[in-house]
Design a protein. Structure first.
Length: 369
């Protein structure tokens, strides 16, 4: 190919109106265009892989809060509280505010002007959940602004998941989308946590993938745990011993939280059914192995031969000679010891075996000498 290029850029004897240098530049330009076009076909379009969600800036959230306050038609005192909690931020400050802090500030703002929200926020700041969970009707009240309901559901669902109340948490988080809340990373993370705890691969893995679309801006602990959850859940197989063990652990969690209802009983029945199925499969495998072992001409029996029965094996009966030692006199016992050994050996045998045994030891003695 090098020679072809050299021939193409070699000055021609014909006068075509173009100098040698001009033709060289044109050829280099064509080659460069070809290389760029080939690279464009092989290199993926990174700009086409943008994340499906973005972390909102503090200024954006502030505008949403002020719009919510206007929608609620707050009085002068309520408006003052909101403006105090959301002062005009500087550009540098707006970039440094974390999403989790924004969610906390939004919940605090709503609680400052609403008694029902204040009770919910107070509960979420407690260390331990109550035995009887209160009903927070404001979370399902359609007359309230969506900004308020969605962010309080996230705030409440996060607290429930942190206290191992997985089903209750998923009830609050299910249906929420990243664009509905001020902290989309926390939403996707705790949705993944709930689905992972319930062994729901079809929902957990997509949620993890969506969370990791912005792995460079989400909290490091979220990214680390997300990778661990993915590596843990991907190889999990249905009806495996690993799955049964996790289901039993989940049943124990529910019982510890005094959640012994119909769902727990159904889980217990499912675990028993899976164990029965595993035991049945193991028994079938054992029977197949035993059947295969006993069919090989009777030479690999599954049980020992009964006493005083002739074996079913066939063969000449020859055995290889074994080296029993090179010292002279091997097997030559004193007469007294010989008689005692013979009596012990032939003690439980019929009388006619005694002569055979004596002849055997005499032969050993003669071969050894």
């Amino acid at each position: 190919m090098r020679h072809a290029i050299q021939r193409s850029i070699k000055p021609s004897r014909r006068h075509d109106g173009l100098s040698w240098a001009t033709r060289s530049l044109l050829l280099i330009g064509c080659l460069s265009f070809t290389v760029i076009a080939a690279a464009a076909e092989t290199v993926p379009d990174e700009f086409g892989k943008r994340a499906t969600w973005q972390v909102p800036a503090a200024t954006t959230v502030r505008d949403q809060v002020l719009a919510w306050a206007k929608q609620r038609s707050l009085d002068e005192a309520g408006t003052l509280k909101v403006e105090t909690l959301w002062p005009e931020p500087a550009d540098k400050e707006a970039q440094e505010v974390a999403s989790a802090e924004l969610l906390e500030r939004v919940a605090t703002t709503i609680a400052a002007v609403d008694e029902d929200a204040a009770r919910l926020v107070e509960q979420c700041r407690s260390i331990k959940p109550p035995l009887v969970m209160p009903e927070h009707e404001l979370l399902v009240d359609d007359t309230r602004p969506e900004f308020e309901r969605h962010n309080l559901r996230l705030y409440y669902g996060r607290w429930l998941a942190q206290n191992r109340l997985i089903d209750e948490s998923l009830k609050q988080l299910d249906g929420l989308k990243p664009e509905n809340v001020v902290d989309p990373a926390t939403l996707l993370f705790y949705q993944s946590v709930c689905h992972h705890r319930l062994l729901d691969k079809d929902k957990c893995l997509p949620a993890l993938a969506q969370l990791m679309e912005n792995d460079s801006v989400i909290p490091r602990r979220y990214a680390t745990v997300a990778k661990l959850m993915e590596a843990d859940l991907k190889p999990l197989k249905t009806d495996s011993l690993d799955e049964v063990s996790r289901l039993m652990d989940d049943i124990q969690r529910r019982l510890d939280l005094a959640r012994a209802g119909k769902k727990v009983r159904k889980q217990e029945d499912d675990v028993i059914a899976k164990l029965d199925k595993m035991i049945e499969e193991l028994e079938k495998q054992q029977q197949q192995q035993q059947g295969g072992g006993g069919s090989a001409g009777g030479m690999n029996p599954s049980s020992p031969m009964q006493d005083s029965q002739a074996g079913g094996g066939t063969g000449p009966g020859d055995v290889d000679q074994k080296r029993t030692g090179s010292k002279s006199g091997w097997g030559n016992l004193p007469q007294k010891d010989r008689q005692e050994a013979l009596q012990r050996i032939s003690k439980d045998l019929p009388a006619h075996y005694r002569e055979v045994i004596e002849e055997y030891f005499r032969k050993l003695a003669n071969d050894g000498s």
